[in-house]
Ligand binder design. Sequence first.
Ligand SMILES: [Zn+2]
Length: 208
Amino acid sequence: MSPARERGDADPNEPGASLPSKVPTQEHLDAAHKLTENVAPHARAEADRAIAQAIANGDPLPPSGFSSGKMPKGHSKASAVHMHNPYGSDSRITLNESHGARRMANDKAEMMGTKWWAQGNPMAHELGHEAHWRADPDGWRGMGRTEHQRTTPGEREHIARHVSGYAATDGHEFVAETIGGIRSGKVYDSHVMNIFHRVTNGKFKGKY
Ligand SMILES: [Zn+2]
């Protein structure tokens, strides 16, 4: 049961509210496992879970796939990174190999206690960036990393409270965190989803 549902602060039947994710089957997990041969064994189960969830929901996967290794310069502390060719169609997701899966889960759990993360699986978050990039490439390119003109301070306060602290830091992270949260079973209120559909230019309408 997700914290959002436990709080009872969202009605899935409300217009604009997000739909719960489909439950991945063993078939989805097997398909995901074939895609994570380049992911370190200690991080593979967590990667498989998130990818199986994406497959179950028909979400896009990065063409260059999944791996684990060192993070690019400036991202050494990140749990994972979504890398893409902004004017091409290629992308890949790399998990930080120096973070053991258990360590990632522990760190995330700790940080989730402070409501910094919407959910605890970094792969699910990065798949949120992939879904955003695929759904709205022009909007994705036009969205600066630190600009906030798409949300008001009041909206960011709502995002920080109902999605996550990280989601309130910029537009890209808001989109990835919201998708990651939905995929982990959270149901957001219509205020969150209306902001989500606005900043993604309606490209996810009918899906979330
Ligand atoms: Zn991110």
